[in-house]
Design a binder for this molecule. Structure first.
Ligand code: AHM
Ligand code: MG
Length: 334
């Protein structure tokens, strides 16, 4: 770990020091991270006063996934797009909330990065004040910057990701980030309005004994998977079950405490529920950076390429050994 990345370092300083490590850096990537930080702080402030500001509850619109849109979803979607569009660092933004990619308006420079996000993951938890979050990953575009970004800049294998992160809006707000040099967590000091490095170099140590899944669907799982989960139940087994129903919150807890998150497909819905581009990809990038693994049950998540913006995937993500066990269990089909 570099000396300048000690606990207490501000995110601003972290970004500047990281840029210094890349002598050819243009500053565009740093600008992107600054704008992500700004948007997260805006959303965090809004989440904290959601009840007071009358932002709870659905707007009544149905989004492209056929779900009810909550007001905070709209706010978060706008906040990230507006923070990023004018900064000259992105050419397009793919969002869970938008049917197609959002290309930066012509009056702004169409920059070299592609930003993919779930602006407010876990939105069914808004009404009950449980943890929600933003998930994102960044690609470097293949087409010329300065020209409109293409679909082929966005629908890429996960191995092309250059950075990923998430923000959890929980009892506190935390941003967890990686640009290929480990995973670092920053906690927002709401009084100062700045993120401070609180969790440098997060690693999964392989000791975690938590599984996170919606057991209400166990009847739809492959038998082998059900047996794997059942085998972890019982007194003295040392296993815990934890499930909030916010991917970002469940993943965050498992990243810090160890464990595995499972969202299988079912016979009716073999592709599962979670989206590849802006949910599975970013978390898979982070988990690998932390020494863990992510699979769709057969293939490494980062080796996949989305067939369309909102493509879904089953997801098994967490401690490497646990993910490998699950892949093994799933390979012996009943
Ligand atoms: P969302 O992006 O609309 O909030 O939906 C995704 C969420 C994930 O955060 C979470 O892991 C999952 O849906 C929970 O689904 P379920 O309620 O089926 O367990
Ligand atoms: Mg989501």
């Amino acid at each position: 770990m570099l000396r300048q990345f000690e606990e207490g370092t501000t995110l601003d300083r972290f970004i500047a020091e990281s840029e210094h490590l890349h002598p050819d850096a243009s500053g565009r990537f740093s600008a992107l991270l600054h704008q992500v930080s700004l948007a997260s702080r805006l959303v965090s402030a809004r989440v904290n006063r959601a009840g007071l500001a009358g932002m709870l509850g659905a707007t009544g619109d149905v989004n492209v996934q056929g779900e009810f849109v909550q007001k905070l979803d709209e706010y978060a979607n706008e906040a990230f797009k507006r923070a990023l569009e004018h900064a000259g660092c992105v050419g397009a933004i793919a969002s869970e909330e938008d049917e197609g990619p959002y290309r930066v308006p012509e009056r702004f420079y169409s920059g070299r990065y592609i930003f993919c996000m779930d602006p407010l993951d876990g939105s069914s938890n808004i009404d009950v004040n449980a943890t929600i979050g933003t998930i994102f990953c960044v690609f470097r575009r293949k087409s010329e910057e300065g020209s409109p970004a293409q679909m082929s800049d966005i629908l890429r294998p996960g191995t092309d990701i250059v950075a990923a992160g998430y923000v959890v809006y929980g009892s506190g707000t935390m941003m967890v980030l990686s640009s290929g040099r480990g995973v670092h967590g920053f906690t927002l000091d709401p009084y100062v309005g700045e993120f401070f490095l609180s969790h440098p170099d997060i690693r999964l140590d392989g000791e975690g004994r938590t599984y996170s899944c919606n057991e209400g669907y166990a009847g739809t799982w492959p038998d082998g998977l059900r047996a794997w989960v059942d085998a972890r139940k019982g007194e003295g087994m040392g296993w815990k079950s934890r499930y909030i129903g916010s991917l970002v919150a469940d993943f965050h807890r498992n990243l810090l405490k160890g464990g595995i998150f499972l969202y299988p497909g079912s016979k009716k819905r073999p592709e599962g529920k979670l989206r590849l581009l802006y949910e599975a990809f970013p978390l898979a990038y982070l988990v690998e950076q932390a020494g863990g693994a992510a699979s769709d049950g057969q293939r490494r998540i980062l080796d996949l390429t989305p067939s369309e913006l909102h493509a879904r995937t089953p997801l098994y993500i967490g401690e490497k050994a646990l993910v490998e066990e699950i892949v093994e269990v799933l390979s012996t089909r009943e």
